[in-house]
Design a binder for this molecule. Structure first.
Ligand code: GDP
Ligand code: K
Ligand code: MG
Length: 278
C-alpha cells in the first residue's frame, strides 16, 4: 500500500493552515525545512484503505527565486513531486491568487484548486462560475470553507481520484511568436542534458532561463557548457531589442493578461443594492 503525498500551496492567508488542520486533525508534526528557520508542517490522514501524507508549504505569491519561502515551495514540488498539489486560493482575491496557479501549471504539478473562502466571496457578491474556471484551467476546482470544513469531503475525494495522474510537460500560456521561438531554442538545448531535463520540467526551465531566474541559472551553469548560457544571453537580448522590455517583464505581463481574460470569462461581480443606490 503506497502512501499518497499531497502538498498545500497558496498565497499567505488563503486558509492553508486551516485546511491543513481540517485534513490532519491532531496528527501533525512541526519542524523546520533543512538549513533554514522556516517552519515545516507535516501531517497525515486516512481515507478508506489509503494513507495520505500532507505538507503545508510556506505561503507565497509567486514561485520565482526571490525569497526563501518561494524557493522552498517550488523545490519541494520539483524535487519531491507530490502526487497532488492542493492549490488553496482566496476566492475574494482570485486574480492575484491565480498568478501562483499559472506557475504551478507551468511546473506540471498535478493540481486541484480549493476555491476557499467561498462564503466571503458570496458575502461580497462575487459570483464564480466554477465549471468555466475548471474548463479554462483544465484542472478540478472544489469550493471550500475551511473554517467550517465545508467542501472537505469533496476535496478529499478529488485528491484521491486524481492522485495517480501524471501531467505532461505542456503548454499553458502561449507567449507569442517571438518568445515561443526562443523558448524552443532553449528547450532544444536543455534536452541534450538529461541531468537537467529529467529533474526539471523542460519548458518551465526554458521560461525560467529567459526570466533569468538566479537559481535555475546557477543549476545550468554547473551542469551544461558555456554555449547554453550564451544562448540564454542572446535570446534575452534579442527579445529585449524587438519587444522593447526585459523578458521577465514581458512574461509576467502575459501571465497577468491571461488571468485577466480568464477572470472575465468566469467571474461576475454583482452589484449590491447599496452600491446601486449610492
Ligand atoms: P494561511 O496563511 O494560508 O495558512 O491561512 P490561515 O489558515 O491561517 O487562514 C487565514 C485566516 O482566514 C484565518 O483567520 C482563518 O480563520 C480564515 N479562514 C480560512 N478559511 C476560511 C474560509 O473558508 N472562510 C472564511 N470566512 N475564513 C477563512
Ligand atoms: K496566516
Ligand atoms: Mg499558514
Amino acid at each position: 500500500k503506497k502512501e499518497i503525498e499531497i502538498a498545500l500551496v497558496g498565497n499567505p492567508n488563503s486558509g492553508k493552515t486551516c485546511l491543513f488542520n481540517d485534513l490532519t486533525g491532531a496528527r501533525q508534526h512541526v519542524g523546520n525545512w533543512p538549513g533554514v528557520t522556516v517552519e515545516k508542517k507535516e501531517g497525515r490522514f486516512e481515507k478508506g484503505d489509503k494513507s495520505i501524507k500532507v505538507i503545508d508549504l510556506p505561503g507565497t505569491y509567486s514561485l520565482g527565486a526571490y525569497s526563501e519561502d518561494e524557493v522552498i515551495a517550488r523545490n519541494y514540488i520539483i524535487n519531491e513531486k507530490p502526487d497532488v498539489v492542493v492549490n488553496v486560493v482566496d476566492s475574494t482575491n482570485l486574480e492575484r491568487n491565480l498568478y501562483l496557479t499559472i506557475q504551478l501549471l507551468e511546473m506540471n504539478a498535478n493540481i486541484v484548486l480549493a476555491l476557499n473562502m467561498i462564503d466571503e466571496a458570496k458575502n461580497k457578491n462575487i459570483n464564480i462560475n466554477i465549471n468555466a474556471l475548471s474548463d479554462f484551467l483544465n484542472i478540478p476546482v472544489i469550493p471550500t470553507i475551511a473554517t467550517r470544513k465545508e467542501g472537505l469531503n469533496e476535496l478529499i475525494d478529488k485528491i484521491l481520484s486524481i492522485s495517480n495522474i501524471k501531467p505532461k510537460d505542456g503548454f499553458i500560456i502561449d507567449y507569442g511568436k517571438e518568445i515561443e521561438e526562443e523558448i524552443k531554442k532553449l528547450t532544444g538545448i536543455i534536452l541534450n542534458y538529461p541531468e537537467i531535463s529529467k529533474r526539471y520540467p523542460v519548458r518551465w526551465t526554458a521560461i525560467k532561463l529567459l526570466e533569468k531566474d538566479s537559481y535555475i541559472f546557477n543549476e545550468i551553469k554547473k551542469t551544461t557548457n558555456l554555449e547554453t548560457l550564451s544562448q540564454v544571453e542572446r535570446s534575452r537580448r534579442y527579445l529585449q531589442e524587438i519587444l522593447g522590455d526585459d523578458p521577465e517583464i514581458l512574461i509576467a505581463d502575459m501571465r497577468y493578461g491571461y488571468i485577466s481574460g480568464l477572470i472575465k470569462e468566469s467571474v461576475r461581480k454583482l452589484q449590491t443594492s447599496e452600491e446601486r443606490y449610492t
